[in-house]
Design a protein around this ligand. Structure first.
Ligand code: NDP
Ligand code: 7N6
Length: 310
């Protein structure tokens, strides 16, 4: 029996769907085809996708693979009731997101973002003498210590930073001096110069970084969000920034994406906005292909899938 794997056209937001063909080519008779949301979905046994659409529920699919780690857009209960398995792409983003977050910290510490802004106007000006600092000796709290959090922690540790973190299971994590529970988050962030947010968006984490946690952070601290917009209370963050009760923020993810043109985050000198690009790398599709190839083999062999969410 032929196993038909659909590559949904929505993956085009991250890489051209056709680049998956060659790494997913197989001699076992399985077929790979690029599909849209029309009837050709029904010819597929499984689907690799960026978007979620209700049409996926009634297409007779046995398995959907999300090319993102975050699967907050998928309806878990409905998938489960229809017997459709869902797998995600956690495990592949530690290097790219780790480097992006390190980049945010270096920009803020070394003021590179300000030189770039001023350079556009041909301004040769220096920051106040006491503005620049080095990461060495500074502190970082990483909220969420999975693939992303560990990638961030390893790089911060290599730069001589003191790293603490928060996760549900407060067991030790390499490169992290102390691990706190979610209930202790205000203590965890209190002494940190940087707080990096790297949890999934779930019922437990929606609004996790709200007014209380932001108020517990030092006035000279920076918030770095690479998780999902809904994990941070954006209105509360803006209030803290406007009142100078935070030094700045680097934001890759937002409640509404693309970030609306009239968002106040665009115009602030103390905010770095990146367009949900913290994980972007030209090798992204190769990592996805590795995950999908292994799970296709397992699906055909009737074995359990890796990275299974539903
Ligand atoms: P992982 O599953 O590897 O790690 C998630 C971490 O979050 C774990 O350490 C987990 O704790 C922790 N966590 C879960 N719930 C809570 C909570 N209530 N309080 C504190 N910590 C919590 O996921 P990834 O690291 O791969 O990805 C995390 C999220 O980041 C994704 O779901 C996605 O939304 C986002 N993401 C964004 C990207 C971007 O481009 N900006 C790229 C990739 C991911 P424990 O260890 O105890 O289980
Ligand atoms: C694609 C972004 C995720 O959840 O949002 C990210 O994995 C991926 C480059």
């Amino acid at each position: 029996m032929t196993f038909t794997l659909g590559i949904h056209e929505s993956v085009d937001l991250i890489f051209p769907p056709t680049v998956l063909r060659e790494p997913l080519d197989s001699e076992d008779g399985s077929e790979v085809r690029v599909v849209g949301s029309g009837t050709d979905l029904e010819a597929c046994d499984a689907l690799v996708t960026f978007a979620y659409e209700d049409a996926f529920l009634s297409a007779g699919l046995s398995w959907i693979h999300s090319i993102q780690a975050g699967v907050d857009r998928f309806p878990f209960d409905e998938l489960e009731s229809r017997g459709i398995r869902l797998t995600n792409s956690t495990g592949i983003h530690g290097d790219a997101v780790g480097e992006t977050v390190l980049g945010y910290m270096i920009q803020f510490a070394r003021r590179l973002h300000r030189y770039r802004d001023r350079g556009r106007d041909g301004e040769w000006t220096h920051p106040a003498w006491d503005e620049p600092f080095t990461l060495a000796g500074e502190s970082l709290c990483v909220v969420g210590l999975g693939t992303l959090g560990r990638g961030i922690a390893a790089r911060a540790d290599a730069c001589g930073m003191d790293v603490v973190g928060v996760r549900r299971t407060p067991t030790p994590v390499e490169h992290v001096r102390e691990v706190y529970t979610p209930a202790e988050i205000e203590t965890a962030v209190a002494d940190a110069r940087f707080v990096a947010v790297a949890t999934p968006l779930t019922e437990a984490t929606r609004g996790l970084i709200g007014a209380d946690v932001l108020a517990a952070m030092a006035d000279d601290a920076y918030l770095l969000n690479v998780s999902r917009g809904g994990v941070v209370d954006e209105a509360a963050l803006l209030e803290e920034l406007e009142a100078d009760r935070l030094a700045g923020a680097a934001l890759d993810v937002f409640e509404t994406e693309p970030l609306p043109e009239d968002s106040p985050f665009w115009d602030r000198d103390d905010v770095i906005v990146t367009p949900h690009a913290a994980a972007a790398t030209r090798d992204y599709y190769r990592r996805i292909a590795d995950l999908v190839r292994e799970n296709r083999r397992r699906a055909i062999a009737g074995e359990s899938l890796v990275n299974r969410v539903v």
